[in-house]
Structure formats: structure tokens, C-alpha cells
Design a protein around this ligand. Sequence first.
Ligand code: AMP
Ligand code: MG
Length: 411
Amino acid sequence: MRTVEEHLAACLAAVSPLAPVETALLDAVDCVLAEDVVATSSLPAFDGSAMDGYALRAADVAGASPEAPVSLPVVADLPAGVREVTPLAAGAAARIMTGAPVPPGATAVVAVEDTDGGVATVLVRRAARDGQHVRRAGEDVRPGATLVPSGTRLTVRHVALLAAAGRERVKVLPKPRVAVLSTGSELVEPGRPAGFGQVVDANSTMLTAAALDAGARATRVGIVDDDPQRLLRVLEGQLGQADLVITSGGVSAGAYDVVKEVLTRMGTVEFTKVAMQPGMPQGLGRITSSTNGSVPIFTLPGNPVSAYVSFEVFVRPALRKVMGESQLHRPTVVATATQGWASPPGKRQFTRAVVTSDDDGRPRVRPAGGPGSHLVAGMAGANALAVTGEDTTAVEPGGVVRCILLERGRP
Ligand code: AMP
Ligand code: MG
């Protein structure tokens, strides 16, 4: 049997980032930048007004107050977008709007609220200091500065900066196309009536949602029954369309475990047991064709809880590696158990759990639902996976447990 670390290492070794692509800014959000973006010009590009008011020389209104306003002739009107400004002479003011260029010679802007708002002449009721309400050219960004370094996962705020700096397109690591399929002759589509002995397919929806949540572009291929030929055809159909394939079901030791049967014959997928609960049977490798190359495949066990835990522990970090992320793992907290539970010797246990905070903000943890790997309702109520070590046989009330937080956004 493999340890969790050994299998995780194999999963990470099986994938690598895709070749960088140049993409429009809007498509780059959430992708990892594959170039250093360097500023080619200043931001702001020119000295501009931060207020609606009057550009003037601060020295001209040095003594201004409500009791002793200073009157100046208004010699220009400068709305935002004005393309030409003439230098401002001493003893004059220019009416100016927020975002308009401050004319050379002016040293400050007085807010309209501190004036009478005059058009031909203006009464200024307050003194100004040099530089007041002026946005200086280059105070935000100077030419040659690195705006966003390579390796950064682009947020909304990064694309705001890139747009402001005039970039329309950037080079990023593309999000992998992930194909998700469920195997099992007992499975029926969600929304269709399930007859006796049939089970509604939860895994393909769950794993597609999980891959999307991890940042990938995921497609739910759907259900394939336990027929080796059909499974082969569907898998081959994904070559050239997907960058990574995830299946669930059919990897145990049963007579109709076709994923294992078909892919073992192919010789490029290895089936192993991992010392964990749930999620012991795992398959990992590549599917290949002579015409369409090869892609990594993760074959997860069929029980929904096993499939989910397998995704979180192995597939999610692998997808994050493909996307060029430096942080592969979810955040964890150490929490105090408010009730005990049993843990199998020799296996790492991932228990669906609810982490809360007590009155002092200290994390608390309790199991969510029962231990069975088919219990999807218990899993739906969980917000964490409590991790207990191979040497642990029981968590006692009051004991401390490391918990993987499932609901936090990507770091
Ligand atoms: P398997 O790994 O194929 O032996 O499946 C183990 C258990 O998980 C069986 O009880 C299956 O019916 C169930 N199962 C497999 N695939 C799914 C699925 N896509 N959705 C819900 N249950 C499933
Ligand atoms: Mg099955």
C-alpha cells in the first residue's frame, strides 16, 4: 500500500503546466501570469485635477478666507478630456473638472466648494497649499516598473491595473480542460427516475463542480455503463479535447470494475491502494492514442464521499500545479474536537467535519454525519475534512485535530 504522500507525489509528477497562451484581459482573470508585465508609461500620465474647482497659483490665494476672499479672473474652462491646455499666468484661475490636466504654471486646485463657483471671475474663500488636489504624473506607476510579476494569479484588481496601463492582452498559463465521467451500469442521469437497483449519478456533477471551483474549465461528459468497449470509445473521444480526465467508479476489486479492467490492459495507468479512508483504491496514469497524443487520467473510487475526498487530496493539488499555482493546498486549522470518533489504524482518515469558532474565536470541530462513504447528506453539511494520522485509532473529545478548510476561497 502507498502512503498518501507517495500517491500525492505521483499525482503531481503526472501533470505539468500547459504552454502559455496570450489572452484577452477578461479571460485572464484567475489565470497565472506567464510574463513580467512592465510599465511602458507613467500613471497618471499627466498632472491632473483630483477635484472639481479652480486651478491657480497657491501664492495668489495665500491670504484667502471666508471673511477676505480673493477674486481672480477665470481665463480657461477645463473639462475632463480636454486635449490642450495653455500655461496659466500669475493672478488668474482656470475652472477645472476632476481628471482634467492641470495647466502649467498652476500649483494647486481649490475645490469649488471653497469658492463662489464663478465663471468669469471667481471668489476664492480659502488658502491653498502647493500641490493641493493635484494628481502628480507618475505618482502611481513609473515607466519601467514591474506592474505584475510572472507567477501571479490574476485577480480583478490586477486586471484593473493592467487595463489602466494599456494592456489588452497578457500571456498566461491556460486553465486546463477537464473531462469528468462517471462509470457504473447502475447510474441514471440526475432528474431521471431511478428504478429499483439504480442510483442517480452524483459524482460527475460533483467532480465537474469541484474542478470548476479549483479553477479549471471542466465539462461533465456524463455516465458510461460498465461496458469495456463503450468506456474505451468515450475515453478515446476525450483525447485531443481534454487536458486531463477524471473518472469515478470501477476501480475496486469487483467483477465489473471496467475502468480498472480496460485501463490495466492499456498499460499506462497504474492502480494502487492508498493507506487512507475513504479513498483507498486509486488509479493514475495517461490515456494515449497514436493520433491524439496522451492526457493524464485520474480514476477515483465510486462512492461519492471517496470520490470527493480523493479529488480534494490528489486531484485539486494536481490541477493547481497545471495552472501554475505556487500554493497547491487548501488552508488548514488545528481545532479542538467537541466529540470523539474512531479512526482506522494504519490509514490516514479524512473525516467530513464541521469547523466552527467558539466565543473566543478558537476553532472547534465535530464530525458531519456518519462514517459511511455513501452518505452524501452528511458530506453536504461539512465545511472541512478532519485529518487523523495513520497511528491514531481514536479522536478523544478535547483532542486537537488538523482540519482542511473546504469553504475558503483560493489563497
Ligand atoms: P464502484 O467504485 O464502481 O464499485 O462504486 C462504489 C459505490 O459507489 C457503489 O455503491 C456505486 O453505486 C456508487 N457509485 C458509483 N458511482 C457513482 C456515482 N457517479 N454517483 C453516485 N454513486 C455512485
Ligand atoms: Mg461501479
